[in-house]
Design a protein around this ligand. Structure first.
Ligand SMILES: Nc1ncnc2c1ncn2[C@@H]1O[C@H](COP(=O)(O)OP(=O)(O)OP(=O)(O)O)[C@@H](O)[C@H]1O
Ligand SMILES: [Mg+2]
Length: 320
């Protein structure tokens, strides 16, 4: 199952605002540029844009530019006549023609070859296309959606992306926030994926698990969350506890979470360096003890200290 019903699950204000902006353009042909990290839902958004538009009875043609060899992109997109170049035994309709009256989704537009960018711009401006090897112009009625993981303005500055093409595709920019910036979506996404993958099981999630899921930075965004929940749900019985989570999400290194408990040491501007260090050391000891359920041998090992040094430090900080 590669997707989850094409349904965008969210309760986040920013994402809901984006969806309502998109719905307002459903009768327009304005180009949309979707920007966001991997796994945030750019393809899902493209499907939503097409589905809610007045073109939804015509095709949505998706083009994964990053997986097309550069020398094939031109003939795939624009098509060619029979004998237009070596190997073109038959005439071929391009993907632009195939999306006529519908929507074309150019994914990973940041990978679009520089030498073809002016041709793409010409097609978009003139709304007509010429197959390679043909003089005939074919009228085109399409809506364009593009997606990029990179900041295209930076590529423009580096002269890897034409500024005129950038303006042409950037009519409605939609910046989809990473999952770590919308952690209010985590509970409903988890519930959704649990129901989606294991509808029979009625799985619960412990409080500690919610905490860890919200603290993890999710570099792979919703795709990573979906895959992890799918895996856990497969083996879970009744309740998901902290032990069911992969270690990177559990965040069980004593150094990783202690910065939070120790935040005030750094924020308190009146503290001298030595005082800050004492405070940091105390919190680190306490954190290791809590994480090891009070077991001093385990706590000392976590901090890379010998048991006797660890005990000395506890005594000095009056930790009993
Ligand atoms: N809000 C959401 N609700 C439900 N499922 C979602 C949501 N966002 C993303 N997903 C799911 O996460 C997966 C990744 O989404 P998608 O392929 O749209 O991301 P992407 O931004 O195109 O990623 P990439 O840049 O790697 O191509 C898909 O299975 C999609 O269905
Ligand atoms: Mg994608």
């Amino acid at each position: 199952m590669n997707s989850s019903n094409n349904y965008i699950v969210t309760q986040n204000r920013v994402v809901l605002d984006l969806l309502s902006q998109i719905e307002k353009t459903s009768n327009s042909d304005c180009s949309v540029l979707l920007i966001g990290e991997t796994g945030v839902g750019k393809e899902l958004f493209a499907e939503f844009i097409h589905r809610t538009s007045n073109r939804n009875n015509f095709p949505l043609v998706k083009v994964a530019l990053s997986t097309l060899p550069a020398d094939l992109i031109e003939s795939e997109l624009f098509g060619h006549e029979k004998g237009a170049f070596t190997g073109s035994m038959n005439e071929k309709k391009g993907l632009f023609e195939a999306s006529d009256k519908g929507t074309i989704f150019l994914d990973d537009i940041d990978d679009f070859p520089l030498n073809l960018q002016s041709k793409l711009l010409r097609v978009l401006e003139s709304k007509e296309i010429k197959r390679i090897g043909s003089q005939n112009s074919i009228p085109l009625d399409i809506r364009l959606i593009t997606a990029s993981k990179l900041d295209l303005q930076q590529l423009v500055a580096q002269e890897k992306f034409r500024i005129d093409l950038f303006f042409r595709i950037n009519v409605l920019p939609i910046v989809i926030p990473p999952l770590r910036d919308r952690i209010d979506d985590i509970p409903i996404l988890v519930d959704y994926f649990l129901n989606f993958y294991e509808p029979e099981k009625r799985i619960e999630v412990s409080d500690a698990v919610w905490e860890s899921l919200k603290n993890y930075p999710w570099p792979g965004n919703v795709r990573e969350l979906r895959n992890i929940i799918q895996r856990i749900a497969l083996f879970a019985n009744g309740k998901i506890t902290i032990d069911n989570l992969p270690s990177e999400i559990r965040g069980d290194s004593p150094f990783k979470n202690f910065m939070k408990t120790c935040g005030h040491c750094f924020e308190n501007k009146n503290m001298k360096f030595e005082q800050v260090m004492v405070c940091v050391e105390k919190h680190l000891l306490e954190h290791a003890l809590t994480s090891s359920d009070g077991n001093r041998t385990v706590a000392a090992r976590m901090l890379g200290l010998s048991l006797s040094t660890f005990r000395d430090k506890l005594r000095r900080h009056n930790i009993v």
